[in-house]
Design a protein. Structure first.
Length: 281
């Protein structure tokens, strides 16, 4: 009697759960499914971590200085048609598009100094627009700065006030000014640390722009120097998200190393066409 009840119970369980072999197979499939679920969760966690790291990297890259470094890096040079395995582009291969991108970043740095740089900023903006307009007419034809300048030299328009050759020259000079200012900010000497931002801007202006400015431009810049913000304020504005002052100093040094060879090449090209000593009013 007991054995019959036991047999009937086992039969009932077999009907509801299947035979022992099938039940074992189902249990194994459930375990595999659970393992796959855990694996998917782990993969999802890894993707989230990667996205978090990527978001952190993107947040740090928001500073203009870091963006300029990325623009001057070897991958960017290849993307924009720049050459040179040794990290120094020849004057004939300085891409117009990359130069325009750096010029736009220059504008953003000048904006951080404040409205006091309005005169210089407006000049930079006009030069960017002039060069960009010609480039967009035929990007393949005017892909490098040399091609732009050569065109106007042949046409006899390179020395005109509204020429693209002048735009290239003044944008390069404005970059000279910007990099001189940034380098002076990151220097650790006691004398440099004690100077105000206005003093640093004035020194950079005297070295890079004043020799080429007429009395009207010089007078306008002299007035602007009186309205420059505190040095700490400007430095804090230069910092990208997730950066500290030590990061900023390292990146300024790196930017200077990358940008100076390019600027030297541009000035050499302008000297070749005897356009390097053009002045404004």
């Amino acid at each position: 009697m007991v054995e019959r009840e036991r047999d009937e119970g086992e039969a009932a369980r077999a009907l509801t759960t299947g035979p022992p072999q099938q039940q074992q197979q189902e249990e194994e499939e459930e375990e595999e499914g659970a393992a796959e679920g855990e694996s998917d969760e782990e993969a999802g966690d890894e993707r989230e971590e990667e996205e978090d790291h990527r978001d952190d990297d993107e947040a740090v890259e928001w500073s203009e200085i870091r963006l300029a470094i990325e623009e001057l890096s070897p991958p960017a040079r290849l993307k924009h048609g720049g050459g040179g395995d040794d990290g120094k582009a020849a004057a004939s291969s300085v891409p117009t598009l990359r130069f325009l991108a750096l010029s736009h970043l220059l504008l953003r740095v000048l904006d951080k100094i404040g409205p006091t740089m309005a005169v210089l900023r407006l000049d930079v903006q006009r030069n960017i627009e002039r060069l960009q307009e010609l480039y967009l007419l035929d990007p393949a034809k005017y892909s490098t700065l040399t091609e732009v300048v050569e065109k106007e030299v042949k046409e006899g328009t390179a020395r005109k006030v509204d020429s693209c050759a002048r735009a290239v020259l003044w944008l390069a000079r404005s970059m000279d000014f910007t990099i001189a200012l940034l380098v002076s900010i990151e220097e650790d000497s006691d004398e440099q640390q004690q100077q105000s931002l206005a003093q640093l801007v004035e020194a950079a202006y005297e070295a890079c722009l004043k020799p080429w400015h007429g009395w009207i431009s010089s007078a306008a810049c002299k007035i602007a120097l009186k309205l420059i913000p505190e040095r700490k304020v400007f430095t804090s504005l230069l910092l990208g998200m997730g950066q500290d002052c030590s990061d900023l100093k390292d990146e300024i040094r790196r930017l200077a190393l990358l940008l100076r060879p390019l600027l030297d090449d541009i000035h050499s090209m302008m000297a070749k066409f005897r356009l390097d000593r053009l002045k404004s009013t």
